[in-house]
Design a protein around this ligand. Structure first.
Ligand code: SAH
Length: 342
């Protein structure tokens, strides 16, 4: 498996057609002219996530919580530790952005319960298919289309894993925005160099999260693949059936992602007065959180699974796997203690 492949494709599988999305986008370009990469990505991903559960072997890609329970458990421990050292405030809520199948929340909640913490769940998820999957795995929760309806009182424990990479990016080159045209029935992005990217949608959400943390207290953990310095380059990619695919073909039938610009997110958070820890690599963060010890205790409880647990740990932390490309960054309310792991 290639370390360049953040969504961890495993084997080639032909992508399904994106049908109506392609037609809708083509119609829009025909009527209004070329559109931004961000508009293309937003429309394609909205359809993609609304119509399937993309995770796992039968799907398109695998995420860290789907690789091992250790990932969500260590996040739960991280949150519970902060809560305890903050003096166990009451009235707090667990907020997750893009919870996927709900696996991370399930593992994190189990670990938090062990520490005496059972917060109500506020899940920000737009996909009806994934809301259903989450409701099957999790205790009663409230679902939100965005953060605006999440209660504005009480401390927040916020988690976002592989959420920001799915949010739309604009691309620029030669001093202008690069737009998407239709040429002979195919989607084509304008050329320009060097290509740079910006995700105002991601920046707006991080600002919002940061404002909430300053006003309500609490902490957020953001884990995603990306770079810790604002870089140059076209990072838009499509993954379908565990293989890289052409992002300009069959929109809505494959997962479109871009590298998360952690420097841009940190700058947005800083301007709101929240404390920023990291970004550090996922591998270093999980090691600092004690993945070694957790793996050993899981293997002790189920010796027949020792090799599987070791393989999962390797996949999460090895630099050639998810360990280096993926980063963890925390946003912490100024009144809350220093988090561990950074
Ligand atoms: N965190 C999960 C899933 C990551 S995939 C995991 O690690 O397995 C991205 C998730 O974000 C999906 O649940 C998807 O439906 C959701 N999502 C994508 N764009 C969104 C948006 N604009 N608003 C809310 N949720 C979104």
């Amino acid at each position: 498996m290639s370390g360049r492949c953040p969504k961890m494709p495993e084997s080639a599988r032909p992508a399904a057609a994106g049908g109506d999305v392609a037609e809708r986008l083509a119609g829009r370009i025909a009527r209004e002219g070329p559109i931004s990469v961000a508009d293309y990505m937003a429309e394609a991903n909205a359809h993609y996530y609304a119509t399937r559960d993309p995770f796992g072997r039968a799907g398109d890609f695998v995420t860290a919580p789907e690789i091992s329970q250790m990932f969500g458990e260590l996040i739960g421990i991280w949150l519970a530790d902060l809560w305890i050292r903050a003096g166990r405030p009451s009235g707090l809520r667990y907020v997750e952005l893009g919870p996927g199948r709900g696996t991370l929340a399930q593992d994190a909640l189990r670990a938090m319960r062990g520490a005496g913490l059972e917060p109500p769940l506020e899940l920000v998820e737009t996909s009806p298919v994934l809301r259903r999957a989450q409701s099957e795995r999790l205790p009663p929760a409230r679902w939100h289309d965005d953060l605006s309806t999440v209660p504005d009182r009480g401390p927040l424990l916020i988690v976002a894993n592989e959420f920001f990479d799915a949010l739309p990016v604009h691309q620029y080159g030669d001093g202008r925005e690069l737009r998407v045209h239709l040429e002979g029935g195919r989607f084509v992005r304008e050329n320009g160099s060097p290509v740079t990217e910006a995700s105002p949608a991601s920046v707006a959400i991080v600002r919002d999260l940061s404002r909430r943390l300053v006003a309500q207290s609490g902490a957020a953990l953001i884990v995603d693949y990306g770079h810790d310095r604002t870089g140059v380059g076209d990072t838009l990619q499509a993954v379908a059936g565990h293989a890289f695919a052409d992002p300009w073909e069959a929109p809505g039938s494959r997962d479109l992602t871009a590298h998360v610009d952690f420097a841009a997110l940190a700058a947005a958070a800083r301007s709101e007065g929240v404390r920023i820890c990291g970004p550090t690599t996922q591998g270093d963060w999980l090691e600092a959180m004690g993945i070694q010890i957790r793996a050993a205790s899981l293997a002790k409880a189920a010796p027949e699974r020792t090799a599987e647990i070791a393989a999962a740990r390797h996949r999460l932390i090895a630099p050639s796997q998810m360990g280096r490309l993926f980063k963890a960054m925390a946003l912490v309310a100024p009144s809350w203690p220093e988090p561990v792991g950074f």
